[in-house]
Design a protein around this ligand. Structure first.
Ligand SMILES: [Zn+2]
Length: 365
């Protein structure tokens, strides 16, 4: 308990995986955010152009894959690839386990905005089993989906002979985590395979047939020529700008009220299990969805750290009660079984139980 602390600029917590702090107590996301202001983006854009030409289709096919969810970030990257660099992007999305109405609407709007989109629907039961196992065994309620969005995209790239996959932001660099890939433009499909199919991951796939696991199988061996990259490496990443561009050009709409667990209404609202995902993050590490949004807003200068603390106190500790019925139905669990899983994954150094829920015993400062 004594050794937990918060970033001196935003509210990133020392419990965050792989996060790094400098001698002034600033997290790596805040350090990078300052560095970006004087960064030489021109040389990075040159690198982008070289990468694009290396992978551009010679036969008039697709030049790259952009994984999307119908949300602001994938929409921004797709739109920019097409309009600024004359690329022909193929978008790929994996149907989320419990899609919200707004998520459905945004994907429909995105299609109408004129982009090519493949929507992957792996067998429903397999996705359910993997998400349920992830929830129970690792406290990762979206386990099947979060792994599937990597594997299926590589599968499709391999099948169609597309050799470049462009993600939005590198979360470790932009929001806090390891700075190892800060100066690395691309990584290989084999690297992703190694990282994502380690130990417990493979074990979660036990007893499911290879046919049903098709979209969780990378389908690559040895050197595949597929390269993956993050747009945030090449251009100053600004989630709010992405939102404005996606709204204007890709039909993005937002909720009329706030998303649950935070004060914003335009990010990650396509998937009801995402609210459970961030609630479990809160129970395991002590920070929730509010903290993440505050970090972004403090770094772009639209919120003070003190205002952020008030928002975090108001929003982080929000159990998504409004979706509990949907969760029980999806996982096919009783309420007791469900809450037992939460009890199993909570960090007892940070929380104590009051009634059926957990309350923080730490004070953010
Ligand atoms: Zn910070």
């Amino acid at each position: 308990m004594k050794d937990i602390f918060w970033c001196s600029t935003c509210l990133n917590m020392s419990t965050r995986n792989r996060i790094e702090f400098d001698e002034k107590g600033r997290c790596n996301a805040c350090v990078w955010s300052d560095e970006k202001k004087t960064f030489n983006w021109d040389s990075r854009e040159k690198e982008l152009k070289t990468l694009i030409e290396k992978h551009r289709s010679k036969s008039g096919g697709f030049d790259l894959i952009v994984p999307v969810s119908g949300g602001k970030d994938g929409s921004y990257v797709t739109h920019t690839c097409k309009t600024r660099y004359g690329l022909n992007p193929l978008c790929v999305t994996v149907h989320p386990p419990i899609r919200s109405d707004i998520g459905h609407k945004n994907v429909e709007n995105f299609k109408r905005a004129g982009f090519s989109l493949i929507e992957v629907n792996p067998p429903y039961e397999t996705m359910q089993i993997l998400n349920k196992r992830g929830f129970i065994e690792q406290g990762r309620p979206l386990y099947g989906w979060t792994t599937g969005i990597f594997t299926s995209v590589i599968r499709i790239a391999k099948s169609l002979g597309i050799t470049l996959i462009m993600y939005g932001e590198d979360g470790e660099i932009e929001y806090g985590g390891s700075t190892e890939s800060k100066n690395k433009a691309v990584f290989s499909a084999e690297f992703v395979q190694r990282v994502y199919l380690e130990g417990q991951v493979r074990d979660t796939f036990r007893d499911i047939s290879p046919q049903d696991l098709f979209f969780w199988d990378f389908g690559i061996e040895g050197n595949s020529k597929i390269e993956l990259s993050h747009w945030s490496y090449f251009e100053n990443w600004d989630p709010y700008r992405n939102y404005l561009v996606a709204k204007e050009h890709c039909g993005l709409t937002e909720r009329e009220d706030n998303n649950t667990g935070t004060y914003t209404n335009f990010a990650q609202n396509d998937n009801l299990l995402y609210d459970l995902h961030t609630y479990l993050m809160y129970l395991k590490f002590g920070f929730g969805r509010g903290t993440q949004d505050v970090g972004i807003d403090v770094r772009r200068g639209s919120l003070s750290r003190d205002q952020g603390i008030e928002l975090v106190k108001l929003y982080d500790n929000h159990f998504p009660e409004e979706y509990l019925k949907d969760y029980l139905e999806y996982y096919r669990m009783t309420e007791k079984e469900f809450f037992d899983v939460l009890d199993r994954h909570v960090n007892r150094n940070l929380f104590e139980k009051q009634g059926k829920l957990w309350q923080p015993i730490f004070e953010i400062r």
